[in-house]
Design a protein around this ligand. Structure first.
Ligand code: ZN
Length: 233
């Protein structure tokens, strides 16, 4: 095999590797891009926080109602217990009970509002849980498909790497260096196929002498325009 042909083969392998690696990078980007999932999780977390707050508010309201009922019971026990005989004292106590009951209504109203707020928060959490499930379902399918493609591409890389390893020992170090430098300078394409007296990378038409050179398999020649190694197979 001639060195130009081998450089051309190396180029083919590297171009495929570039392509596969680009696709893997794109898949990784998609795998990481789970903004919908993040948003759904955040919405659920917000709803759960609101639910916890509503539950706490209700608990406080219930405690207040309970304490107020206890106060009323105690006052009524004193009122009807028969131990107080002073009319003024009895009247005061009666007034106390009346105002305690009046405030109980206020507290009970607050309790009712807290219950309604908790019900609303519960519904909010259920809604957000359902939303998240939907998004996770969609995401799960895509995720599995992406992972499948990624595995296939990873195997392609292993195969191409093995091909590359088998090929490179038969190319001289100087040629590899030249090739690597051109790959860096020419956006990954160091070796261009030449067909019908034209460089396929840049489209330049070669002079008969240049075409003749390109067709000499044992000598490296370059495209006069883009500077790539020409391979006229
Ligand atoms: Zn060219």
């Amino acid at each position: 095999m001639t060195s130009v042909l081998m450089l051309y083969r190396l180029q083919k392998i590297d171009s495929q590797l570039d392509q596969v690696k680009n696709r893997i990078a794109e898949i990784d980007r998609l795998l990481n891009e789970d903004s919908a999932l993040r948003a759904a999780r955040q919405a659920l977390s917000d709803a759960e926080q609101q639910q916890a707050k509503a539950r706490q508010t209700l608990k406080q309201a219930e405690n207040q109602v309970e304490a107020q009922q206890l106060k009323i019971e105690e006052s009524e026990a004193s009122l009807y217990g028969g131990r107080i005989h002073n009319p003024k004292e009895l009247q005061d106590l009666q007034n106390d009970v009346a105002s305690l009951k009046k405030y109980l209504l206020v507290l009970e109203n607050q309790q009712l509002e807290a219950m309604l707020a908790l019900e609303e928060a519960d519904t909010g959490v259920q809604d957000k849980q359902a939303d998240l499930k939907t998004v996770e379902g969609q995401h799960g399918n895509e995720h599995a498909a992406h992972l499948g493609s990624r595995n296939t591409l990873q195997r392609d890389i292993e195969r191409l790497d093995a091909e590359r390893k088998a090929l490179t020992p038969s190319i001289s170090l100087d040629e590899i260096k030249l090739y690597d430098r051109l790959r860096q300078q020419k956006r990954g394409i160091a070796v261009a196929a030449a067909a019908d007296s034209a460089c396929e990378a840049c489209g330049t038409t070669l002079t008969p002498a240049e075409w003749q050179n390109a067709r000499n398999p044992s000598k490296i020649s370059f495209c006069p325009t883009c500077g790539r190694i020409l391979y006229a197979g």
